[in-house]
Design a protein. Sequence first.
Length: 324
Amino acid sequence: MLSHKTFSHFPSKTHSTLHDLSLQLYTAQQQQWPMLADGVAALQNVQTRSVDCGTFTVRMQYNPKRVVSTGAKVDAASIKERKCFLCVGNLPEEQQGVLYRDRYLVLCNPMPIFREHFTISHIDHIPQSIEEQILVFLALAKDLSPAYSLFYNGPKCGASAPDHMHFQASPAGGIPVEQELPSHLVYASAIGGVSVSTLKQYGRSVIILEGSNVQEMELMFLRLTSAMRRTMKANEEPMMNVIGSYTEGRWKLIVFVRSKHRPNVFFHEGEKKVMISPAAVDVGGLIVTPMEKDFRTTDSTMIASIFREVSVPGETIQRIIESI
Ligand SMILES: [Zn+2]
């Protein structure tokens, strides 16, 4: 089954880069797989608008095709009942991927938010958890650079398949935080060769790790998640979204520290319901909604309120950093 689903391998005999292989896959799959071709065509017509939130800007995207993902039932019972859509045996007939180091498949997302949008899923049905996979995350970020950034949604704060390990990739710089970060960055400390920073006046709670040595980055990330576990009194993986990139020999991990998945307005009935379900891309500053009403009416006050509600308080970030 896996060989039937393998479009190409990385590393490859031709020494092609992972981003070249992924782009070749994207082009070929649009010819072979009508659902992807439709998704890509629909993306060309999506409406976007910018919302000035004072110290930062948010881009809204009205994308009706995302209704499945935004509205996904991710409670344990619903997940158990449905057929896992990331398991190799359940992938659509036409879908193929780049087999990454024999462990992950780089797949085209048929309901894209970005010009190219990949889901990178483990070949086995193992639960979504970044701590055991952080070395893969760092390797992927490097292998996908400079064309793409990589992101991760925790099982309880944005992953629509919390039971199947996966990452996603998007064009580098396509998530607003990637561009806005330098003007909000506040250096906190450095341990070994890894710097720890936060973002000021950004409306969300964020910790950033930057460094050039993979082992040091792995160690620091695990120290960070331990500190989050202690501070947030979490038994399971602390709630987080992570955006990772690799430029000029350095990794950057942008960690959004979350207190909850969906805001209260998501659960309202009728006109009062706001169909915004924040994951990495949304807290990263590109809010995707499948509803035209929410696209038109969501203003800076609503955005600030949603961000505040789903992020841990600023003092928790300080306590985490002190505890690393
Ligand atoms: Zn699965």
